[in-house]
Design a protein around this ligand. Sequence first.
Ligand code: ADP
Ligand code: MG
Length: 724
Amino acid sequence: MNEETYLPPALRPKLAKLRIAHLRDCLLHLPMRYEDQTRVVALRDLMVGESVVVEGVVEFAETQFRPRRQFVALIRASDDDGSSHFTPRLTLRYFNFYPNIVKALTIGNSIRVFGEIREGRNGLEIVHPLFKKTDAKPQSSEGEALTAVYPSAAGIPQAALRTLATKALKVRDWQAELLPAPFRESLQLLSWSDALAALHQPTDVSAIGALESRNHPAWRRVKFDELLAQQLALKDAKTLRAAESSPSITPTQLISPLMMQRLSFTLTSAQKRAVSDVLADLTRDVPMTRLLQGDVGSGKTIVAALAALACIEAGYQVAFMAPTELLAEQHFRKLTHWLKDLPVQLTWLAGSLTTAELKAAQDKCKRGEAQIAIGTHALFQKKVSFARLALVVVDEQHRFGVEQRLQLRSKTLPLGEGAQRAGEGDGVRFNEPDDNPIPTLPLKGREQLAPHTLMLSATPIPRSLAMSYYADLDVSVIDEIPSGRQPIVTKLVSEQRRAEIAERIYKAAQQGAQAYWVCPLIEESDKLEVQLQDASALYADLVMIMPNVRVALLHGRMKADEKAEVMQAFIENEVQVLVSTTVIEVGVDVPNASWMVIEHAERFGLAQLHQLRGRVGRGSAASTCILLFADKLSDTAKQRLKVIYETTDGFVIAREDLRIRGPGELLGPRQSGVPGLRYANIEEDIDLVEAARDVATKISADPSFNRTAFLARWIQNRTEFAKA
Ligand code: ADP
Ligand code: MG
């Protein structure tokens, strides 16, 4: 390595925090804003916080000693004689000063300085302003009109970052144009070197707006390249997976028909289609990566169960994972029920097990005895290994977040030395080789086998995600709700009429109906107490006014087995009214429950309301969802309630959710940290996502395209960090 490309050793640890491990990385550490050092701002127009050039005549200058030694000067505009009471003045303050500063700031001198305007004790001031030559034309001597301001970590001066960027920009090799001309021309993209120069050292002052809002052609180029790298990496990941082997599953149909016989329903045609998609994937000896998307209540679980049985019939194991213990437990019970007396070994694996139980469950997985292991992400811990894992089912996968999805994905791949895959774009997740939770053991002397993956989700995928992070996923959609369901009636009711509602629920419960009564989630932990109090108080009230009806309370602070016990009582209709916090939000399935009351419905997001409402309307009885709202509603709350009142269609709701919350938020707090992209935004830059996808399919055929070098630009620095 050339000496000039070394980073200053003293700065290295700090630069590492900015993900700069090599001088080259400075090129893609792009400015967040710019300072205009050529625009001279009149003294009367100064604004606090702005970095500006100002000119003036020194009116006063002296060394002061209180509160500490400092040199202070006062300037006024040159064309102002200072006679007016309103003459604007600016204080210049130096705590470290040298004779040349004192000399320059002699009373009567005309000067030009640059710095950030602050609110001082006696009006506006600049601390440690920089001197500028008074005769400098608006285009400064270096030809740079705008000075880049970089994202920085404490301790790295901007000047150092600028120097490093300047150095990096001098290395020709790093600015090589890697995008073949035809692609660049058809998209009218700047050359790579022009783009980098325009971003680091812009010469065009008027571009400041476009640069800062990231709409400048230079940004377009950078974002395009980043998105192209993502697309190529996704393709690589897909190719890699296709090169991997998975068990090819030929269902023997020894067990699944027996299970189907005992179901009280037949599959909808949408479910049948999904099953045949999945079974077709499983017969292939490359890993399946399929998302099963279907609105709440559309019956995704049975599809997953049939996929699982196909694998079990062929002699393999299945891991079935849910985001919460409550939901995992419910799947465990449901599958136990569906598979009763059939030769299938189910194993429960969750964090709440005792150490001995956990060990026993892990042993069963390891020895291959557990044919279906059901649980939470405890399934994916280091110690869990499977002898013959063929399929991983991930329920409510949208709850896991994009990052976790990518992680999970990489975890289901066998990891070799170095473990780094030309994986998922810039956001490659690195796993330590010993962090591989689902190791795949060699089967019959073949190379390692990777399990198939089936993900279930009720959340429709927006186009932007479908084209980027989810681009390599196959999708089956269940677009049909099982027949015989009655539509859910939704009512908006002021909370002042709660007593009336309680009366109705009481009547219904006496006639054998069941109800959920949900209190809102409050995130912060101290408020969790309040929520608990709310739920407990409500519970006490309802117990009192509902004699002969069993009311129960379910909340997140209860132990897993207590929760399970309450839930079981509700499933068996021993409990008619279930007062609950939002622990029941996802997936809970009790078909006989036909009433849902939601307290403070205005506090919930649309997706949550839709999920909660989806807990009813699962059986043959007509269901009602009552949304209690407090009096003062914000506009967005009103809009949300209107949407949920008007439609039960998950797609419409997701679209409206996107509209009301704005793009980028759809993924929710759990997913807002979409990994990988530093500069492009898949919502705002959807046209570039599209272009990148298009180019990615064509560019591989271009012999002049240096794919490795291109990907290295975006991915390499990450590798170094992973090793650091
Ligand atoms: P989700 O897609 O929301 O996960 P579930 O798989 O929990 O939905 O199914 C919802 C309910 O509908 C369950 O009680 C399930 O047994 C039932 N169900 C599934 N498929 C059908 C069908 N074809 N006809 C009737 N009921 C069905
Ligand atoms: Mg479900």
